[in-house]
Design a protein around this ligand. Structure first.
Ligand SMILES: *[C@@H]1O[C@H](CO)[C@@H](O)[C@H](O)[C@H]1NC(C)=O
Ligand SMILES: *[C@@H]1O[C@H](CO)[C@@H](O)[C@H](O)[C@H]1NC(C)=O
Length: 374
């Protein structure tokens, strides 16, 4: 029976093509390639562990950071659990991107993308000097170029370029230029050099150069988050002696100047490029929603950090000796600067499906629908 089947010329060609088919199925790209690549740049709000590999004080690799992470261990994320890049990876159906400095970022893991972010950095090179070695934007981009060379070695130059062009990119930058530079001391060099409006203008023009450079490096879909409500974080409430938890005026004013200017800059850049490459995410409003009405979102407070010490648990950093709240789901802030996973999920939900005043010119669901048609 078998031999008669094999002897039929028609059937053997069917079998041959089945063999070819199964070979081509076996040669299909690994699951990682089912989703688009994801690249992350910026500061501690999106650092997933690069600073663990550096000599720096800007790090989150000791407990209780990561207490609600799947491993229940610290990873370098400034969160009790997942951070914003992790949740966006979930939304686009991808596994989490590894930190660029992780030794595990090799072989097929390169296809998933990479996270280049480094806690403590800002738009300006002089932001975060107190943290010793951190990976500033120009170095994050240099690392992105090395990454692209490694990806090219794996899948070829054309495929690598295409994978970068089709990727989703997240850029989170700017908060540290205020809280860890301009507002760091009452007589900071930048404060003596610029008033708030002029400093914001300077930041926006440097940020524009950074985004333009990112475009030149191949990025074509970039979520750009503005700064959160800088005057409302527990660290500012503590350091500026807020009495009843009212947000500190000057950093709030800074965010109010910077964020609308960022939206206008992004619009101008898109016009110049003739394409909606950059999408501004209104992180200020996304945070203000639950900060101004925490109970509505199931939080008992948006003033006191879950992990920290001193007033509002807003002094110093989250460390093994800090106060720790029992239920992270009812706190908006994990540590003096960073939201809990639960608050971050609210932000990610607005990025995914928020209206035009939150996501300009469109939200991530719209981006995914558009890009899947290409
Ligand atoms: C930051 O430093 C790098 C390397 O020295 C330099 O190329 C870049 O222009 C600097 N950026 C700004 C905004 O000064
Ligand atoms: C955002 O996403 C939702 C889908 O989740 C869509 O219905 C809505 O129209 C989008 N809003 C804008 C302004 O694009």
């Amino acid at each position: 029976m078998l031999s008669s089947i094999m002897s039929s010329p028609r059937l053997s060609s069917v079998i041959a093509s089945l063999v070819v088919l199964s070979i081509s199925i076996a040669a299909l790209p690994p699951r990682a390639e089912a989703a688009r690549a994801f690249f992350v740049f910026g500061d501690s709000l999106v650092d997933s562990g690069n600073n663990n590999y550096l000599v720096t004080t800007a790090r989150a690799d000791s407990p209780p950071n990561g207490i609600d992470y799947p491993t229940h261990r610290p990873t370098g994320r400034f969160s009790n659990g997942l951070n914003l890049p992790d949740i966006i990876s979930e939304q686009i159906g991808s596994e989490p991107t590894l930190p660029y400095l992780s030794p595990e970022l090799n072989g097929e893991k390169l296809l998933v993308g990479a996270n280049f972010a480094s806690a403590g950095i800002g738009i300006l090179n002089d932001t975060g000097v107190q943290f010793v070695t951190i990976i500033r934007m120009f170095q994050q981009f240099a690392n992105f170029q090395v990454y692209q060379a490694r990806l090219s070695a794996l899948i070829g130059a054309d495929q690598a370029r295409q994978r970068v062009n089709e990727a989703l990119v997240l850029m989170t930058l700017g908060g540290n230029d205020f809280v860890n530079n301009y507002f760091l001391t009452p007589l900071s060099p930048r404060r003596r050099e610029f008033n708030l409006q002029a400093f914001s203008d300077y930041l926006i023009s440097e940020y524009r150069n950074i985004l333009r450079r990112l475009y030149d490096l191949g990025a074509r879909r970039v979520l750009v988050t503005g700064t959160g409500p800088l005057g409302c974080v527990p660290a500012e409430l503590a350091s500026q002696g807020s009495l009843n938890g009212e947000c500190v005026a000057e950093p709030q004013q800074a965010a109010a100047i910077f964020n609308p200017a960022l939206v206008r800059m992004v619009q101008g850049l898109n016009q110049e490029l003739g394409s909606d490459v950059f999408i501004a995410a209104n992180a200020f409003q996304m945070n203000m929603d639950f900060i101004s009405d925490p109970q509505r979102y199931g939080f008992i407070t948006s003033k006191v950090a879950c992990c920290g010490q001193g007033a509002y648990n807003g002094v110093g950093i989250c460390n093994p000796l800090s106060n720790l709240c029992p239920d992270r789901n009812v706190y908006a802030f994990w540590d003096p600067f960073h939201p809990t996973e639960r608050a971050t999920r609210l932000i990610a939900q607005m990025i995914l499906s928020g209206p035009a005043d939150y996501m300009s010119p469109m939200n991530l669901s719209t981006i995914m629908a558009l890009d899947s048609k290409i």
